[in-house]
Design a protein around this ligand. Structure first.
Ligand code: G4P
Ligand code: MG
Length: 177
C-alpha cells in the first residue's frame, strides 16, 4: 500500500480554520457553556477557539497505550475531568479535537460525556477524513462542526514539527497543488 499523502499545515492556516469553525458555531445559534478539549491534539485548537468563543476549557486525556507502552484496541482514560457531573450536568458542551479519523476516540468520549447528562453535546474538529469510520457519533449529538473535509491523507500539524521553518516551507509548497 502506498504511504498516505501528507498534508502540511501552518499555525496561521489552523488559526483561520478555527475562526471559520467559530463562525459556523455562532451562525448555527449554538452557544456552548463549556469547551472540552481531547488531549493532546485538541488542546491547541480548543485554546484558539476560545479567542472567538470565550468559554472555560476542560480537558480529557486518552491513550491507546497501556502503562507498559503496549498498544490497545480502544483508548483508555489517562486523565479525566474531576467532578464531571457537577460541571457538565445540564450544560451545553462543545467537544473539540483536531481530527476525526476512525471516529473511535470521538465515539468513546462522546458516550462517556453524555453519561453526565449535558443539556446539549456538540463536536468540533479541524479536519474530518472522508473514509470508512469505525466509530459512530451518538444520535444525541446533533451538531457537528468541521473546518475542512479531507481525503484519507496524513495531516502534519505544526505542533508535531521539529523544524517549524521546514513545516512552513512544505505547507507553502503544497498551496495550490
Ligand atoms: P478519532 O476517533 O478522532 O477519529 O481519532 P482516532 O482514534 O482514529 O485517532 C487515533 C490517533 O491518531 C489520534 O491521536 C489522532 O489524533 C491521530 N491521527 C489520526 N489521523 C491523523 C493525521 O492525519 N495526522 C495526525 N497528526 N494524527 C492523526 P491520539 O492518540 O489522540 O494522540 P494525540 O496526538 O492527540 O495526543
Ligand atoms: Mg488526538
Amino acid at each position: 500500500m502506498a504511504a498516505a499523502e501528507k498534508y502540511y499545515l501552518t499555525y496561521n492556516t489552523i488559526h483561520k480554520a478555527v475562526k471559520h469553525i467559530a463562525s459556523q458555531i455562532m451562525e448555527s445559534g449554538f452557544d456552548p457553556d463549556i469547551i472540552v478539549a481531547i488531549g493532546t491534539g485538541g488542546f491547541i485548537p480548543a485554546r484558539m477557539l476560545r479567542t472567538f468563543i470565550d468559554r472555560p476549557i476542560l480537558t480529557v486525556g486518552l491513550s491507546y497505550y497501556d502503562e507498559f507502552n503496549k498498544p490497545k484496541e480502544f483508548p483508555r482514560k489517562i486523565q479525566w475531568i474531576d467532578e464531571v457531573e457537577s460541571k457538565l450536568k445540564g450544560k451545553k458542551v462543545l467537544l473539540v479535537d483536531e481530527v476525526d479519523d476512525t471516529r473511535v476516540t470521538l465515539e468513546y468520549c462522546l458516550k462517556e460525556l453524555l453519561q453526565q447528562k449535558p443539556s446539549e453535546m456538540a463536536v468540533a474538529v479541524l479536519h474530518n477524513k472522508q473514509k470508512k469510520k469505525i466509530g459512530t457519533i451518538p444520535q444525541a449529538v446533533k451538531r457537528y462542526y468541521c473546518g475542512k473535509t479531507l481525503d484519507d491523507v496524513w495531516i502534519c500539524y505544526p505542533w508535531d514539527a521539529e523544524d517549524i521553518d521546514e513545516q512552513e516551507h512544505l505547507a507553502a509548497a503544497a498551496v495550490g497543488r
